[in-house]
Write a protein that binds this ligand. Structure first.
Ligand code: 13P
Length: 248
């Protein structure tokens, strides 16, 4: 079984009810595509988006969840609550959450366990800072994040890994093909060594993926899709990325 291809959009803290007008065009782009297509809008829009999609082929996900199943955690959202309103996936450990909310690898792993228990696919994000790359420690940083952020019980069915170099997010800068290939080969090797079906875990690249560079990125070995920020906000930008993944 080869990894399942996934084009995932992360809307971050962007969008409102009017943005749901993008959904019809996204459903059209997803229909018949030979890959999964997912949008992770702000939590407040998950239910409305999932309802609007209906039985369409567009998947909807969250951008974070709490590690606990329920309880006194004001302002937080449980994985089962995301599932309840129609989410199938949840992004965890995004570098913006690691930076803004001091999320450690252990916290990310606990959240991923909670996501798995609720029946959600955890999209676990990893990535080096520019200083770490300049210091030559990218592969060590990625290996440590992978080891610490992927929980026991992870499988190809419940876990996706997204490699997002922090310096490439929202900057218009992307790593070279060789740099992406090197990290994705490491991810594949380490997952295959640790998990029975590690060879089948989908590996996404994220960081300034655009219609103009998607095909080149999707041609890299062990790149099974993308986690897209800015270019996922408009169906007109995301549709060509979906098409490029479909064709890869
Ligand atoms: P951009 O595509 O805007 O660089 O964002 C990438 C990202 O952080 C997706 O999670």
């Amino acid at each position: 079984m080869a990894p399942r291809k996934l084009a995932a959009g992360n809307w971050k803290m962007n969008g409102d009810l009017a943005s749901l007008d993008q959904v019809d065009a996204l459903v059209t782009a997803a229909a018949g595509a030979g890959c999964d297509v997912l949008i992770c809008p702000p939590a407040l829009l998950v239910y409305a988006m999932a309802t609007r999609v209906g039985t369409g082929e567009l998947l909807v996900g969250g951008q974070d969840c709490h590690a606990k199943a329920s309880g006194a955690h004001t302002g937080d959202i449980a994985a089962a609550q995301l599932r309840d309103v129609g989410a199938t996936h949840v992004i965890l450990g995004h570098s913006e959450r690691r930076a803004d909310h001091a999320e450690t690898d252990a916290i990310v792993a606990a959240k991923a366990e909670a996501a798995h228990a609720a029946g959600l696919v955890a999209i676990i994000c990893l990535g080096e800072t520019e200083a770490e790359r300049d210091a030559g420690s990218t592969l060590d940083v990625i290996a440590a994040q992978l080891a610490g952020s992927v929980p026991e019980g992870a499988t190809a069915a419940n876990t996706v890994i997204a490699y997002e170099p922090v310096w490439a997010i929202g900057t218009g800068r992307t790593p070279t093909v060789d740099q992406i290939a090197e990290v994705h080969a490491l991810l594949r090797d380490h997952l295959a060594a640790r998990l029975d079906d590690g060879a089948d875990v989908a590996l996404l690249y994220g960081g300034s993926v655009k219609p103009g560079n998607a095909a080149e990125i999707f041609a890299i070995p062990h790149v099974d899709g993308a986690l897209v920020g800015g270019a996922s906000l408009k169906a007109g930008d995301f549709a060509p990325i979906i098409a490029a993944l479909d064709a890869a």
